[in-house]
Design a protein. Structure first.
Lengths: 372, 353, 288
C-alpha cells in the first residue's frame, strides 16, 4: 500500500447554527506521525477532533482513515481511539477491566484479554497493576493507563484531547517526553490537540496551527518557528516582538520599511508578495536581538536602536529584558544572554541593540492583529 | 393559673346569664349531626364554644381508647358499641340522668337505649339520631332486588356493592333465614352463623363490583350506573332519589337493620356540664328538626319530626310502610369478643378469590 | 479544654436530633413492641406471650397477604425503576438549562395535590364510566364500557405513579454526576449502547438505583389509600390489615405484632436487596 495516509481530511467543515467552527480544513497524516493541532481555545480544534472520533458529524467534506471514508461509521466502529482531556477512566472498574474494556466489546475470550492487557500494561511500564483500582494510581500513571486502554485495540489513529492539561507543571514536562517515547514505541499515528505551544513543539513531527476554524500553517516545529507563514503563526508560536510599519521599497530581496515614528527597518517578505505603500507588521524574535553597551558593536547589524531598560525578568537561561525603544517608544522584549556580560545591568540603564534584517519577517497587516 | 381561671369564669358569668360556666365542648360525632346553624345558636344561648371532630364508630372508639377516654367531652357512638368497649377498655363514664331533660325523648327509644347501654347498673348513653340500613336499588335496572341475598343474583352480576363491615354479615344472616342477634349470647352458635354467611359472601364476591368504604364513593357508583344495587343507609338512598327518581331505598324483606347513635361521656371528659347542656339543647323539637334536615335521619326527640320537610317525610313513608317499621332489626349491644370472630371472617372474605 | 468545649457543642447540636429520634421513633416502637407481647385472655386480662406473632404464622391469610404485599411492592419498585430510569437519563443527560428544570418540575406536579386527590384522579380515568373507557368506546376500539379499576393492574398503576418522583430524583442526581466523557469513551472503545448502559451507566448509577428502590419499596409497602381505593374488592394489603386490627377490630395487640412483623420483614427484604446489589446502606445514602 503505497503511502496511503492514516488519516485524511478533505475540506471538512462544521457549522453550529450561524457559527462556522471548522471551515474547509484539509490535511493528511502519514502513518506513524505525531501530528499536533495547535491553537487557542475556541479555534475549532476540539470540534475537529470530535469529528474525527465520530462524536460530531461534519456539515461538509470527507474524512478518510487508511483511504476509506468513515463519515457513515459510528464512533464505536471507527478504527480510532481517543484519550480524553480528563482521561475518562471508568471508576467502576479496576485497571485491568478498564484496559480490557475495548477487547471485551469485541468479544475476545477472557484468557486472551488477560494476556493482552498485561502485555500492554507492561509496555507502558505498569505491569502487575491490573487488579488494582484506578484511584490507586498517580496522575502520570493514569495517563499511561488511558493510553494503554486505547493502544490495546491497535487503532489506526490515536486521538489525544489535551490530556496533559490537568497535570501539574513538573509532571507535564515529564509526560511530554514520555508521550513521545510511547508514540515512537507503538509506532501509531497520534493526533494531538493542545493550546500549549511547548507541548506541540516538543513532541510533534508535524504541527498544524489552527485559528478561527482554519489551518494557518502546517509544518514541522522548526518551520513554524523560523518560517511562520502568517502573522498569527509568528505571534502564536514562540515569542516575538511586533512592530507596525509602512513598506517603502525592496532592494535585493530586502524590504525597506519605516515606522510611524520615522525609524527605518529592514526585513524579509514572509512570502506574501507585498507591494510598496502597504501597511505591514514586522516580527522579530527576542533571541534574534543582540544587546551591547557599546552602540558601535551592533551598528553594522542593519536594524539598530537605543533603549532604556524597563524590566529584567530573571529566569536562568530563559531570562528576558524588557526595554523601551527611545526612537519609537515601543516596548521590546529580548533575550538576556546569561554570559555574565549583562549581570550588572539594572533598570533605567541605557543600552544599544540591533538585529539582522534576515531574521525580521514582514507580513501584510490585517488591520486588527490576532495572537500575542 | 388559678386566678386566671377564676377571672375567665367571672368574665363568662358576666357575659352570659344563662350558663353557669362557659366551657369548650369537644364533640366527637358524625358528619351532619352538628350543623353550623345549631352550633351558632347553642353558643349564643349558653356561651360555650363547640369544637367538632367528625368520625365513625370504629374511629371514635379507637380515638378514645388511645387516650383512655380523654380528648373529648361528648361522643356519639351507636348504642350497640357502648357496653362492649366499656367493659373492655373503660373509655366512658356513667350519665347523671338527673341532668338530662328526659321529657324531650321518645320514651320507648330512651328506655331501649338505656337498657342496652347499662353496665354494672349504670346508664352510659341516651339516644340521639336513628336510622336504618337496607338496600339502595336502581329500580329501572335491578327491580328484582328485594333482599340482601338478591345482591348475589346473576341479573345484577358485577353491578353490586356493599361494605365489608359487620352490618353486611348481620344483614345477610337475616336474609338467609338465620337469627344472629338471638345467638349473641352463644359464641359457638354465632360462629356457626358467621361461617355460613362467610361462605355465602365468598360465593357472592364475583357479583361485587367493589366493596365501598365511604358514602361519597357509593353515591358516585350508583349515580354513574356502575352499580345498580347496594347495601346502604336509608339517607344515602333518599339523597340519590333527588337526582334520579329510579334510585330508591328499599327496606329488605328480611328487615332493615336499625341503628341508634347516642350521646356518651368519655371517661376523661372535662366539660360535662357543657355536654349535658348540648344534649338538652339539641333534643328540643325545633333543633332536632334542624339536625334531621342536615343529617337526613330522624332523631329521638319527641315531636322532632313535626317540623321536618315534607319531601323527606314522604320518602321515609315510601320506604317504610308500617310492616317494614315493625320488621326493623334493632342492633342489640355487641358482646365483647364477637367482633374478633367477625373480623376474621371479613378478612377471609376480602382475601377470597 | 477546647476539646471539651468542642465535645459539648457537638452533643448540644446533636441533642435535638436525638430527642426527636427518641421521642418520635424509639419510644413509640418500644411501646408498640410491649403491646404486641400482650396476649388477651379475657376482658381486661392480659398475659405476656408471643401468641400474637403465632397468629400471623398460623393463619395463612395473614402471611399470604404479607407475601402478596411484598410481591406487589417489589414489582411496583421494579416497574418504577424500569420507567423512571429512561426519564431520569433523559433529564440528566439529554437536556440542559430550562428544559431540564421544566421536566424536573413536571415530575413534581403530581405532588402538588394530596395522595387522595391523585388517587381519585386515577379512579376518574380508569372507572367503567371513566375517561379512558369512554375514549376507547368513542374510537370504536371496544364495544362496551370497560372496567379498568378494582384489579391488581390498577393498584400497580397507582403505586408506580405515586412513587415515580422518589425514583427519578436520586437517579437524576447520580446520573448528573456521571461524566459524559465516560459514555463517549465507552463508545470510542467500541461498546454498543447496551454495553455502555450495562457496564458504565448502571454501575455508576447503582447507589441512586438502590436508594430509589428502597424508598419506593418502603412507600409501596406502607401505602394504604392506593390499594384500598384502586384495588376495590381485591385490595388486600398488609397495611390495610394493620389498620383493621387497630381501628375496626380494636385489637391493638395483634395490630402491633403485625406492625413489627412488617418492620422486620421489610428490613429483611431491603437487606437482601442490598446484599444482592452489593451496595451498603451507608454508601447509598452518602452518594445521593
Amino acid at each position: 500500500m503505497p503511502n496511503t495516509p492514516d488519516l485524511e481530511c478533505r475540506a471538512i467543515s462544521k457549522s453550529f447554527d450561524d457559527f462556522k467552527a471548522v471551515k474547509d480544513v484539509s490535511f493528511s497524516v502519514p502513518q506513524g506521525t505525531f501530528f499536533s493541532i495547535l491553537g487557542p481555545s475556541g479555534c475549532g480544534k476540539t470540534t475537529l477532533l470530535r469529528m474525527i472520533a465520530g462524536f460530531q458529524k461534519p456539515t461538509g467534506g470527507d474524512l478518510l482513515i487508511k483511504g476509506n471514508s468513515v463519515l457513515e461509521v459510528p464512533p464505536n466502529k471507527r478504527p480510532v481511539s481517543m484519550v480524553f482531556q480528563h482521561l475518562a477512566l471508568f471508576p467502576m472498574m479496576n485497571i485491568g477491566a478498564n484496559v480490557g474494556f475495548g477487547l471485551r466489546q469485541r468479544g475476545v475470550n477472557k484468557t486472551d484479554i488477560k494476556k493482552q492487557v498485561e502485555r500492554v500494561l507492561e509496555r507502558v511500564g505498569l505491569g502487575g497493576v491490573a487488579d488494582r483500582p484506578v484511584s490507586s494510581l498517580s496522575g502520570g500513571q493514569k495517563q499511561r493507563v488511558a493510553i494503554a486502554r486505547c493502544m490495546v485495540l491497535e487503532p489506526d489513529v490515536l486521538l489525544l484531547d489535551e490530556p496533559l492539561g490537568a497535570l501539574d507543571l513538573k509532571l507535564r514536562e515529564h509526560m511530554k517526553i514520555e508521550l513521545k517515547q510511547l508514540q515512537s514505541e507503538f509506532n501509531t499515528t497520534f493526533v494531538y490537540i493542545t493550546h500549549d505551544q511547548s507541548e506541540a513543539l516538543v513532541m510533534s513531527d508535524q504541527i498544524a496551527v489552527m485559528n478561527h476554524g482554519v489551518f494557518e500553517q502546517v509544518g514541522t516545529a522548526k518551520e513554524l518557528y523560523y518560517e511562520p507563514a502568517t502573522a498569527f503563526v509568528a505571534g502564536f508560536v514562540g515569542e516575538a516582538n511586533r512592530l507596525r510599519a509602512t513598506f517603502k521599497s525592496a532592494e535585493g530581496g530586502l524590504l525597506q520599511m519605516v515606522t510611524p515614528e520615522g525609524r527605518a527597518l529592514g526585513g524579509v517578505d514572509a512570502g506574501q508578495g507585498l507591494s510598496p505603500g502597504e501597511t505591514v507588521e514586522v516580527f522579530v524574535r527576542p533571541e534574534a536581538v543582540r544587546l551591547s553597551r557599546n552602540a558601535a558593536d551592533v551598528a553594522q547589524m542593519g536594524n539598530t536602536g537605543q533603549g532604556r531598560v524597563e524590566n529584567i525578568l530573571f529566569n536562568g537561561a530563559n531570562s528576558q529584558l524588557i526595554l523601551r525603544d527611545q526612537a519609537t517608544g515601543a516596548e521590546m522584549n529580548m533575550a538576556l544572554p546569561q554570559t555574565g556580560e549583562f549581570r550588572d545591568l539594572e533598570r533605567g540603564a541605557e543600552i544599544a541593540f540591533g538585529w539582522d534584517p534576515q531574521q525580521t519577517r514582514v507580513y501584510r497587516s490585517k488591520g486588527n492583529a490576532h495572537g500575542k | 393559673m388559678k386566678s386566671k381561671l377564676i377571672l375567665s369564669t367571672v368574665a363568662a358569668m358576666m357575659l352570659s346569664s344563662v350558663a353557669a360556666q362557659a366551657d369548650t365542648l369537644r364533640l366527637l360525632t358524625w358528619g351532619g349531626y352538628a350543623p353550623e346553624d345549631v352550633i351558632a345558636k347553642f353558643e349564643e344561648q349558653t356561651g360555650h364554644t363547640v369544637e367538632v371532630t367528625k368520625s365513625n364508630n370504629e374511629e371514635m372508639i379507637a380515638k378514645l381508647r388511645a387516650t383512655n377516654g380523654g380528648g373529648f367531652d361528648l361522643a356519639q357512638p351507636s348504642q350497640d358499641r357502648i357496653a362492649g368497649p366499656q367493659a373492655e377498655f373503660g373509655i366512658y363514664k356513667p350519665l347523671d340522668m338527673s341532668k338530662i331533660d328526659t321529657a324531650l325523648f321518645i320514651p320507648s327509644m330512651l328506655e331501649a337505649t338505656k337498657g342496652n347501654t347499662t353496665v354494672d347498673g349504670e346508664v352510659y348513653a341516651v339516644p340521639h339520631v336513628w336510622g336504618t340500613s337496607g338496600l339502595v336499588v336502581n329500580t329501572a335496572e335491578a327491580g328484582d332486588v328485594k333482599d340482601y341475598t338478591d345482591l348475589c343474583n346473576d341479573s345484577v352480576a358485577g353491578k353490586v356493592s356493599y361494605r365489608l363491615k359487620r352490618p353486611t354479615l348481620i344483614g345477610f344472616a337475616y336474609a338467609m333465614g338465620l337469627d344472629p342477634f338471638a345467638a349473641y349470647g352463644d359464641e359457638a352458635a354465632y360462629k356457626d352463623i358467621i361461617d355460613q354467611v362467610e361462605a355465602k359472601l365468598v360465593e357472592c364476591k364475583a357479583n361485587v363490583k367493589t366493596y365501598w368504604d365511604g358514602g361519597d364513593e357509593l353515591k358516585n357508583l350508583l349515580r354513574s350506573g356502575e352499580v345498580v344495587a347496594a347495601m346502604a343507609w336509608d339517607t344515602g338512598g333518599w339523597q340519590l332519589n333527588d337526582d334520579n327518581a329510579d334510585i330508591i331505598f328499599v327496606a329488605p324483606a328480611s328487615g332493615a337493620l336499625g341503628w341508634i347513635d347516642t350521646f356518651v361521656l368519655p371517661a376523661r371528659g372535662r366539660a360535662d356540664d357543657a355536654a349535658y347542656d348540648w344534649i338538652n339543647f339539641v333534643m328540643q323539637p325545633e333543633i332536632a328538626a334542624m339536625i334531621t334536615a342536615s343529617a337526613g335521619n330522624f332523631t329521638a326527640s319527641k315531636g322532632g319530626d313535626a317540623n321536618v320537610d315534607d319531601a323527606l317525610k314522604a320518602k321515609y313513608q315510601a320506604s317504610f310502610p308500617q310492616e317494614a317499621i315493625d320488621n326493623i332489626k334493632w342492633y342489640p349491644s355487641v358482646p365483647a369478643g364477637l367482633e374478633a370472630l367477625e373480623g376474621a371472617a371479613l378478612d377471609r372474605i376480602n382475601a377470597a378469590n | 479544654m477546647a476539646n471539651d468545649r468542642a465535645k459539648l457543642t457537638f452533643w448540644l447540636l446533636l441533642a435535638p436530633l436525638m430527642i426527636w429520634l427518641l421521642t418520635l421513633i424509639v419510644l413509640p416502637h418500644l411501646g408498640m413492641f410491649l403491646v404486641s407481647l400482650r396476649e388477651k385472655v379475657g376482658v381486661r386480662e392480659y398475659e405476656t406471650s408471643f401468641a400474637n406473632y403465632a397468629v400471623f404464622f398460623n393463619e395463612p391469610l395473614y402471611w399470604n397477604t404479607f407475601a402478596r404485599t411484598a410481591y406487589m411492592s417489589v414489582t411496583a419498585t421494579a416497574l418504577t425503576l424500569f420507567i423512571g430510569f429512561p426519564i431520569a437519563y433523559y433529564i440528566a443527560k439529554l437536556t440542559r438549562g430550562r428544559t431540564k428544570t421544566t421536566l424536573f418540575l413536571m415530575c413534581l406536579i403530581p405532588f402538588w395535590v394530596s395522595e387522595l386527590v391523585r388517587t381519585f384522579g386515577w379512579m376518574i380515568l380508569l372507572r367503567e364510566t371513566g375517561v379512558i373507557s369512554n375514549v376507547l368506546q368513542y374510537l370504536g376500539l371496544v364495544g362496551g364500557p370497560v372496567e379498568m379499576l378494582y384489579n391488581d393492574a390498577a393498584i400497580m398503576t397507582g403505586l408506580v405513579y405515586t412513587s415515580m418522583l422518589f425514583m427519578v430524583v436520586p437517579l437524576v442526581t447520580t446520573l448528573d454526576s456521571l461524566d459524559d466523557s465516560l459514555i463517549e469513551a465507552g463508545y470510542d472503545l467500541g461498546a454498543s449502547g447496551f454495553a455502555i448502559l450495562r457496564e458504565i451507566v448502571i454501575p455508576h448509577a447503582m447507589p441512586g438505583i438502590v436508594s430509589g428502590c428502597i424508598v419506593v419499596f418502603m412507600l409501596s409497602l406502607g401505602n394504604y389509600l392506593t390499594p384500598i381505593l384502586l384495588g376495590g374488592k381485591d385490595s388486600l394489603w398488609f397495611t390495610g390489615l394493620i389498620y383493621n386490627q387497630f381501628i375496626t377490630r380494636f385489637n391493638w395487640e395483634l395490630g402491633s405484632a403485625f406492625g413489627f412483623l412488617l418492620l422486620g420483614l421489610s428490613s429483611l427484604i431491603v437487606f437482601v436487596g442490598l446484599k444482592l446489589s452489593r451496595q451498603s446502606l451507608g454508601k447509598t445514602m452518602a452518594q445521593t
